[in-house]
Design a protein around this ligand. Structure first.
Ligand code: ZN
Ligand code: ZN
Ligand code: ZN
Length: 364
């Protein structure tokens, strides 16, 4: 049985449990996860109709159909001609089914048109069915995530060894080099390469700009791309000169909190408890207000997906969940630090896919 046949079977089981009669998948990662086909974000409708009790059918613009790899065990293909109405086609495939769930990222244009064509139905988001399923990776997906992380690690090593020069260069220039290296190490696409130096290191999602990196600064580098369809995402903080005592202490707290949260990420532990482990360590050191984001997010076909390692998420970690563990401390206008690894909750305990070092690195 292929991975996609197994995924479709899991989807049907989850639809039954959630009381969903038909799943309607358009833009977003649910569609490629099930079919291998990623819809272009076009004004022309692409939609996989998955009835709980009938074969799945991909309604796709005729001109896009040649890009679809047929997988008849999983879905049929229904190309629609220019000038015909794909919403009517989807409505016919849905038929009398009443409880519908539609991709979170389906364009509102189509959701509204479908709601008109299919009156009297209940509508939910597809992620309520697919999110928890996609969060649990199968063997092929773990292999793909490990390959993406290993490629990102090779870029991190270049940063930590000083191969990527920092002092005297702009953040943008360093970000561009990180991006080029992600591609050279095998990524198909660069998704982001954050470089925050000096006071900018206190802005977690800083957009790298024209600031020239100086000596004696913290530099937070957070980068990732897509390799073989799956995402990487890692953060290392390096110092361009011996950091002052306060900064070195802050870094040690982040390092300790990150390691403790990874250790806590065992199967059965609630996501919010993993978050709490990192948060308690940081708060205990007096930096509680300076840890301004959740501890992590799931990763797979998308950079951010379930499970979210955050306060309020009481759902337990399940074997083969893959997610980031990335606590940070940010003192606005001064400096910040973050360490991020992708971790898999295996039945034998948490396994970090990122292996580059965490100790305080002084580089130039
Ligand atoms: Zn982030
Ligand atoms: Zn990141
Ligand atoms: Zn992340």
């Amino acid at each position: 049985m292929s991975a996609r046949v197994r995924r479709l079977a899991r989807v049907r089981t989850a639809m039954g449990a959630a009381g969903v009669d038909a799943l309607l998948l358009s833009l977003g990662a649910d569609l490629p996860w099930l079919t291998g086909y990623e819809a272009m974000p076009l004004e022309r409708l692409t939609m996989l109709v998955v009835p709980a009790d009938d074969a799945a059918v991909l309604v796709v613009p005729q001109l896009e159909a040649p890009r679809v790899q047929p997988d008849p065990e999983v879905f049929g293909i229904r190309p629609w001609k220019e000038g015909t109405d794909p919403v009517a086609t989807v409505a016919r495939l849905v038929g009398g089914r009443r409880r519908l769930a539609v991709s979170d990222r389906t364009w509102a244009t189509f959701v509204l048109a479908l709601q008109q064509a299919l009156p009297g139905r209940s509508w939910g988001v597809a992620s309520s069915v697919t999110g928890p399923l996609r969060a649990v990776k199968d063997g092929e997906e773990i292999t793909a995530l490990a390959a993406a992380s290993a490629a990102a690690d090779r870029v991190a090593e270049a940063l930590l060894s000083g191969d990527i020069r920092l002092v005297g260069r702009t953040e943008r220039d360093v970000s561009d080099e990180i991006g080029r290296r992600l591609l050279a190490e095998g990524h198909d696409r660069v998704n982001f390469a954050i470089v925050g130096s000096g006071p900018n290191s206190a802005s977690p999602h800083h957009a790298p700009g024209g600031r020239v990196i100086g000596a004696g600064e913290a530099v937070v580098c957070d980068f990732g791309g897509t390799l073989g369809g799956y995402c990487s995402d890692t953060t290392r903080t390096v110092f361009t000169g011996e950091p002052p005592a306060e900064l070195a202490e802050l870094y040690a707290v982040v390092q300790e909190a990150q390691a403790a949260a990874v250790d806590a990420a065992t199967v059965g532990t609630a996501c919010e408890d993993v978050d709490r482990v990192a948060r308690d360590r940081i708060a205990g050191a007096g930096y509680g207000d300076a840890f301004i984001h959740r501890t992590g997010h799931g990763i797979g076909l998308e950079e951010h997906e379930e499970p979210y390692i955050a306060g309020g998420n009481r759902a337990p970690l399940v074997a083969w969940h893959a997610f980031s563990v990335e606590p940070g401390i940010y003192l606005a206008g001064r400096w910040g630090a973050r360490i991020e690894d992708i971790v898999v909750a295996t039945p034998d305990g948490p396994r970090s896919l990122n292996r580059s070092r965490h100790d305080l690195v002084v580089t130039a």
